[in-house]
Design a protein around this ligand. Structure first.
Ligand SMILES: Nc1ncnc2c1ncn2[C@@H]1O[C@H](COP(=O)(O)OP(=O)(O)OP(=O)(O)O)[C@@H](O)[C@H]1O
Length: 248
């Protein structure tokens, strides 16, 4: 699928450790995440999914190769500029919600803009609060919410600054299937109705089926892509990688 990449990696290599303990977590991955689409990253355990996401998002650095957010090459940025880029141009949703317990829902949602010293876009934030269905919870603290509600706050926070791309790392990993479906539905609507870009790492073929496209990693390499995925087709593809892995 062509289109502008909101984020991309080129010849991405990530090596952990050295000598006998060296692991090539990414072994030459070239891949773009198209703007305005929902992409899921899948692959067997240890295939490099989290490493790819972390390097593409500027949470970790590549050993060699390049990572871009829009037109900005991340390797050329110092720590300060990278921190600013993560705050202003990228949104994150993590498995563990990562909300600040002492802040209210409303304060958590606008935290990135407040930290940046900017003024949140009230109209946009307001629309987001309605989309995630948290209007009647705005003055609650995270501990007073269910896990699904907390993750919906995290989703609203991720999109609040209208980032170029939102990275989600197993966003449904701590949720029951109904709350998980709600969160996945929100990510899908953010893309299809609000024109946002989402990249999600997941183990779950049902979650991946919410994406427009799935990219598959195996042994740190790009193993394939699938448009308009269904859970069944994703599962079949994953099984084929597992079998391939078992015979080598
Ligand atoms: N900080 C680290 N130090 C050393 N090795 C690491 C580190 N992080 C990841 N690895 C190794 O890199 C490889 C890829 O790990 P990564 O977490 O990216 O895979 P994954 O596909 O996300 O796995 P999972 O599905 O199990 O979360 C694995 O072999 C892992 O053990």
């Amino acid at each position: 699928m062509s289109g502008t990449s909101a984020a991309r990696v080129t010849a991405a290599v990530k090596v952990y450790g050295s000598g006998d303990t060296e692991v090539r977590a990414l072994d030459g991955v070239t891949l773009g995440f198209t703007a305005g689409r929902f992409t899921a990253i899948m692959g067997p355990s240890g295939s490099g999914k989290s490493t790819l996401m972390h390097c593409a998002a500027g949470l970790d650095t590549l050993t060699s190769g390049e990572a871009h957010i829009g037109g900005t090459e991340l390797g050329s940025l110092g720590d300060k500029k990278l921190t600013l880029l993560r705050r202003e141009r990228v949104g994150f949703v993590f498995q563990a919600f990562n909300l600040l317990p002492t802040l209210t829902v409303a304060e958590n949602i606008t935290l990135p803009q407040d930290l940046a010293g900017g003024s949140p876009d009230r109209e946009w934030t307001d629309a987001l609060i309605d989309v995630v269905g948290l209007r009647d919870r705005l003055h609650h603290r995270p501990a007073e919410l269910s896990g699904g509600q907390q993750q919906r706050v995290a989703v609203a926070r991720a999109f609040a600054g209208r980032p170029e791309v939102v990275f989600a790392d197993e966003p449904t990993g701590n949720l029951d299937s109904r709350s998980g479906e709600e969160v996945l539905g929100l990510l899908g609507r953010a893309v299809r109705q609000m024109g946002r870009t989402v990249v999600m790492v997941t183990h779950d073929p049902v979650a991946a089926a919410h994406a427009d496209e799935v990219v598959f990693l195996a042994d740190g390499r790009l193993a394939g892509r699938m448009e308009e995925p269904t859970a069944e087709r994703v599962l079949d593809r994953l099984k084929s990688y597992d079998r391939a892995g078992a015979v080598t």
